[in-house]
Design a protein around this ligand. Sequence first.
Ligand code: URA
Ligand code: SF4
Length: 226
Amino acid sequence: APGAQRFIPPQADTLDELRAAATGCRGCELYRDATQTVFGRGDASARVVFVGEQPGDMEDQKGLPFVGPAGRLLRKAVDDAGLDPGHIYLTNAVKHFRFELRGKRRIHQTPDRVHITACRPWLVAEFAQLAPEVIVVLGATAAKALLGPTFRVTRQRGELLPWPAAAQHPEDFHQVPVDNAGHAADAPPAQLLATIHPSAVLRADNQDVAYDGLVADLTVVSRALT
Ligand code: URA
Ligand code: SF4
């Protein structure tokens, strides 16, 4: 069967083991043109975990998530919201860069549902090693991966949501069940909060307004931490 599941070592019980295994993933065709797998990084005991879309051009080259312009903006927003940028965990719904070549330029392409679905087992496996209080869902792709295809970020951003009903209906995703997702087995379940993707802030007509909206949503997260 396609998808990442068969590349995940069943015995893996650390993020490092998962990261090492993910370098060899061929769960969808995106590994072919991308430079490398970009796995999550950060504090394994983070109280807040961020899920983005997919690595960008810079992330693809460096092998680390959120090291480009969107990552810079995100860390500033995290800081402005009163969260500690040194104690977060950052990952993506899809772990290879999807792009289209135009001349020599690599133009970002939004991942399709097939890529989100194929890659989702890595996200589930990561969550099983983390114990966040809040998972921040950045933009529509991460929302599709975690909240299902009908969730609308524009309508429900900035709200703390219980661990999603959608994730309890794996048929919505044609994917593995995720009852352990969002928390290690011995940790209380995480809440979710969806917000605008930092790349969308960079593209917005009014960047200041979009940025303030991101910070306002992340402030809801920092206030929710116990
Ligand atoms: N955008 C994302 O969604 N993830 C990254 O890692 C970088 C940019
Ligand atoms: Fe595997 Fe995900 Fe990369 Fe596809 S995008 S090859 S599923 S790691």
